[in-house]
Ligand binder design. Structure first.
Ligand code: PAF
Length: 294
């Protein structure tokens, strides 16, 4: 097993494990309700908040693994930020018990043949922009859940479609784990925290705030119904399309939170306003849960 990583005087960091055997040994030592936060590293305040949520009832396991299966051709697999030492420091500060940081060979000793099919929901919205992404994501999440065997696992609400798909997979495949959503953490100007924000220049960042501004404009129009919400959000995105650099919109949708199918103009009840676009080549997503009163 990897040695515990000492941080500050008196603070014992997480046990770092890289193989399945090491994980089994470390996991066997955990008592209580084990919480799990799967990550691809480059940890930020949003991850800290997921870790705190996961640790409410007991010890926390964090995985750090940039999963090649969920990146498409031409996406940012190679340049995805890898900041393991800093990630470990965050985990130590948050009192994480185990950091599981497997290699690609540990996770995929053979080219995977049997994978999770993300179904129709996986082909909607973000699944159109990133074909195959959700199948790769669900496959690694199921593998990690089987390896870590947590009582609960926490996923960020910022990736609302990912969270909905994980919930659906766990229900459909009877995976014995509770799935919990962790609130999106935002910068003071509204930008949702994301590991990909590191790619943004100061000018990119200014344009990128259009995503959260569009969501807020949409939320302000809830009383006037779904069409008004979409129109208000659309106006913000249209303006950002001629900013410098421009926001290149991938989608703006108002969907059912459980299925990610579009809701109609007469819709009442919960919905998710989801938006995605590219700024300076960086793909960014955001969403806001809304409620349409009867
Ligand atoms: O949200 C992420 O960081 C990833 O999709 C996850 C859940 C860690 C799977 O690789």
């Amino acid at each position: 097993m990897g040695a515990g990583v000492g941080r500050d005087e008196g603070v014992v960091g997480p046990v770092v494990v890289r193989t399945r055997d090491e994980l089994d040994v470390a996991r066997a030592g955990l008592r209580g309700r084990v919480g799990f936060v799967p990550t691809m590293g480059a940890l930020h305040e949003g991850h800290r908040s997921l870790i705190r949520r996961a640790g409410k009832g007991g010890p926390v396991v964090v995985s750090v693994f940039v999963n090649p299966l969920q990146f498409g051709p031409g996406e940012d697999l190679d340049r995805y930020p890898r900041t393991f030492d800093a990630d470990l420091a965050v985990c130590a500060q948050e009192g994480v018990a185990i950091v599981f940081a497997p290699t690609v060979a540990t996770m995929y000793p053979d080219a995977p043949q049997v994978t999770v099919n993300a179904g129709a929901m996986g082909e909607r919205v973000e699944g159109i922009t990133r074909p195959g992404h959700f199948a790769g994501m669900l496959t690694v999440v199921l593998k990690l859940l089987n390896m870590v065997r947590p009582d609960l696992a926490v996923f960020g609400e910022k990736d609302a479609q990912q969270l909905a798909l994980v919930r659906r997979m766990v229900a459909d495949l009877n995976v014995p784990v509770e799935i919990v959503g962790g609130q999106t953490v935002r910068e003071p100007d509204g930008l949702a925290l994301s590991s990909r924000n590191r790619y943004l220049s100061a000018a990119d960042r200014a344009t990128a705030t259009a995503l959260s501004r569009a969501l807020r404009a949409g939320a302000d129009a809830v009383a006037e119904g779904p069409d008004a919400v979409l129109a208000a959000a659309n106006a913000v995105l249209q303006e950002a399309a001629s900013a410098e650099p421009p926001l290149e919109r991938d989608y703006l949708v108002l969907v059912d939170p459980a299925t990610f199918t579009d809701v109609g103009p007469e819709h009442r009840g919960p919905a998710v306003l989801a938006v995605a676009g590219r700024v300076g080549g960086t793909h960014l997503i955001d969403n806001l849960p809304l409620g349409f009163p009867a």
